[in-house]
Design a protein around this ligand. Structure first.
Ligand code: CP
Ligand code: NVA
Length: 306
């Protein structure tokens, strides 16, 4: 049976190993080892929204594994003229070996996966960003060595990135607090699932509203934009609500001395994070961006038969 990556939950059985595989792939690349497990394979990538990191890291990663990436914009496809996502899935499955999909609507990713006979990888939707989560956990492992007993505090909007991190932290057994204003909590069902999985793995998963309290003893502070792609109509309102949730030096200083700062990027400097934090020695945001490449190569090797 083909395997998809729609939610971080799909990685529940193998996430710790996947992180180790990504670390190994990173070392191999640094040693200039040539690997071609995806030789003569083609991977279609449908992007409904803009992307810098995800698109480039997938394209480069596919090349490094010996395969071929096709960037598919819905506006250049019949999808943009009303062909259904189900028929698109059926047709693409006759040509390509996997489909990477960045969508506005999570249900569209589910529908594509249901109708595709090849693996589907969620490259971000309104509910989750699983590839980001894998790269983030890899980055934490590199900088902190282990997950048990560590505390990550996500400050800001309980969005797709936050949802995926809650599941990821619970699976690897890392404590996590989502510090979000009322009305902007993470997805309820995902949160409850993360609490359950966390219990099994010795991790506490909590929601708090007050940033200065939440970041006490944090090993990792994470934030993301206040206005995600698709939320633009609420820009003004969101900028007001989230103002007290800015990650600035004052907040960072309330965490552990060696706390690292993370952000999936793109950063909206001066909004969710200040320049001095994102450019500080504690910031690992560019390691995080690099690790998208290695983590996604590990994901593709897990899902695509070779
Ligand atoms: N972090 C992330 O997914 O970035 P892009 O939108 O640039 O792909
Ligand atoms: N939460 C952001 C992440 C961007 C990578 C968004 O969905 O726009």
């Amino acid at each position: 049976m083909k395997k998809d990556l729609i939610s971080v939950l799909d990685m529940e059985d193998y996430l710790p190993e996947l992180i180790d595989e990504a670390v190994t792939l990173k070392a191999k690349l640094k040693n200039r080892e040539i690997l071609e497990p995806l030789k003569n394979r083609s991977i279609g990538m449908i992007f409904e929204k803009p992307s810098t990191r995800t698109r480039v890291s997938f394209e480069v990663g596919i090349t490094q594994l010996g395969g071929h990436a096709l960037y598919l914009s819905p506006k250049d496809m019949q999808l943009g003229r009303g062909e259904t996502i189900a028929d698109t899935a059926r047709v693409l499955s006759r040509y390509v070996d996997a489909i990477v999909y960045r969508a506005f609507d999570h249900n569209m990713v589910v529908e594509l996966a249901k109708n595709a006979t090849v693996p589907v990888i969620n490259a971000l939707d309104n509910l989750e960003h699983p590839c980001q989560c894998a790269a983030d956990l890899m980055t934490i492992k590199e900088h902190k060595g282990d997950f048990r007993g560590r505390k990550m505090v996500y400050v800001g909007d309980g969005n797709n990135v936050c949802n995926s991190l809650l599941l990821g932290a619970a699976i690897v057994g890392m404590n996590m607090v989502a510090c979000c204003p009322e009305g902007y909590y993470p997805n309820k069902k995902i949160f409850e699932t993360a609490v359950k999985i966390g219990k099994k793995n010795g991790a506490t998963i909590e929601i708090m509203e007050e940033p200065e309290n939440a970041v006490k003893d944090a090993d990792v502070i994470y934030t993301d934009v206040w206005v995600s792609m698709g939320d633009e109509a609420e820009k003004e309102k969101r900028e007001k609500v989230f103002k007290p949730y800015q990650v600035n030096m004052k907040l960072l200083k309330k965490a552990k001395k060696d706390c690292i700062f993370m952000h999936c990027l793109p950063a909206h400097r001066g909004y969710e994070v200040t320049d001095d934090v994102v450019d500080s020695k504690q910031s690992v945001v560019f390691d995080e961006a690099e690790n998208r490449l290695h983590a996604q190569k590990a994901i593709m090797l897990r899902l695509i038969e070779h």
